[in-house]
Write a protein that binds this ligand. Sequence first.
Ligand code: RET
Length: 278
Amino acid sequence: MPNIENYLTFEHWHFDYVRHIFTLTVAVFGAGLVYFLLSARNVAPRYRASSYLSAVVMVSATYEIFSLWLGWDSSFAYNGSEWALVEGKVFSNGYRYANWCIDVPMLLTQLLIVAGFAGQKFWSNWWQFTAAGLLMIFTGYIGQYYEPQVAGLEDGSTMPFWIWGLVSSVFYAWIVYLTIKVTLNPHGDMPVRARKELRNVGILLIVSWTLYPFAYGWPAWQPDADGVVVRQTLYTLADIFSKLVYGVMLGRVALMRSAYEGFPSAIEVGGDQALTSD
Ligand code: RET
């Protein structure tokens, strides 16, 4: 029961477009890695782990999308009119789920660090985030194996797809609830602008993460080559916003907080502007 990609044939533009967005993502995350490593020392040591975790996320995501790209490129061949699966090959979106097992806990840990949590309060939130995140991923991973049934490409029950998706969504709802709580009630004093930016980070997280369940369900309403293009586009947007843009925004909050707390290199690079305007 592999993903629907394996049952379809693609026109040249479908095939090319997907390989291009994979390349784009690899390039964006490679560049992000350099940015996070070079800017980490601008913020106070207590927030620095967030930049390093962004770097970890960049490395694991670069590798994951590169694997997808290799898989995509080697699984299909042009037969003169369209791209069709090469005998004996399988293309799998499962790499994504494996990558999320690393990235989801890392991204949520970053939020707690920049929100200023420490000690008992940090760990009680961390635990809930990590447990809910991993359970959300495992249950969704099982569900996606029933994708061909939902897409009408194989006989069999469509129930497991929806039930596992629903169970996964319950865990996701818990993450959304905790995210709202954490971003509205951060720990410690900070400038108004930093508080607002942290709220925006919460909104970005919820909007970008919600694209993933749409990508999961997409084969149910568009089980064809165009649908594959839409789904890989949703994944790409979600990836770039939930990992890279998110990390950059958290870095800005960390910079404003560091300047507010008097950390010299944060002031030098302009983090103090948040203290003087509005
Ligand atoms: C699944 C299954 C269907 C229901 C839901 C899902 C949610 C997935 C999410 C993934 C987030 C991934 C991130 C990765 C970044 O590296 C598993 C697709 C709700 C929210 C942020």
